[in-house]
Design a protein around this ligand. Structure first.
Ligand SMILES: [Zn+2]
Length: 160
């Protein structure tokens, strides 16, 4: 858990956003980098291309990842290991699976709606950055609701 560049308690703000990032480096070195107390940027979770998840910061603490103080206070940051294949940046299936698992879990725990207003890419906040790199698409978010509706019928929208 990272203590130095983070803020305990989020000044009373609720967790209501998830912000996704590109790691801009490899999983293992990013885990080590975030452990370094001198590191000023820290997100809560790191996900590797193989789908491993490391938690670097308690959810209850504000990280420094969104480039915007108010957003940091209200969000959980998730960094994805990325890979360039030819001209395209890719996020392997195992990684997206782990990301979906984590997003689902966090949304349930903090009652965050699973939509594009609440699950953000860093470039939604800071458009001049290509982060996550490439055409990272969030269309899979929509599938949460449909598959849930298929499994339980339409009356109860709460996520089990
Ligand atoms: Zn970022």
């Amino acid at each position: 858990m990272h203590r130095n560049s983070s803020e305990e308690g989020r000044q009373g703000r609720k967790i209501e956003l998830l912000v996704l990032h590109s790691m801009d480096g490899f999983y293992k070195s990013t885990v080590e980098w975030f452990k370094n107390p001198k590191t000023a940027v820290v997100a809560h979770y790191l996900i590797s291309k193989k789908g491993e998840i490391s938690q670097m910061l308690k959810d209850g603490w504000a990280g420094y990842h969104a480039g915007d103080y108010e957003t940091n206070l209200r969000s959980i940051g998730i960094e994805l290991e990325d890979e360039k294949k030819g001209e395209a940046w890719v996020y392997p299936k195992e990684e997206i699976k782990a990301l979906r698992w984590l997003v689902k879990r966090l949304c349930k725990k903090y009652k965050i709606p699973k939509d594009k207003e609440h699950i953000l890419l860093h470039k939604d906040i800071t458009p001049e950055r290509d982060d996550p790199v490439g055409n990272f698409d969030l269309d899979w978010i929509a599938s949460f609701k449909t598959s849930y509706l298929r499994s339980v019928g339409r009356n109860d929208l709460s996520i089990s």
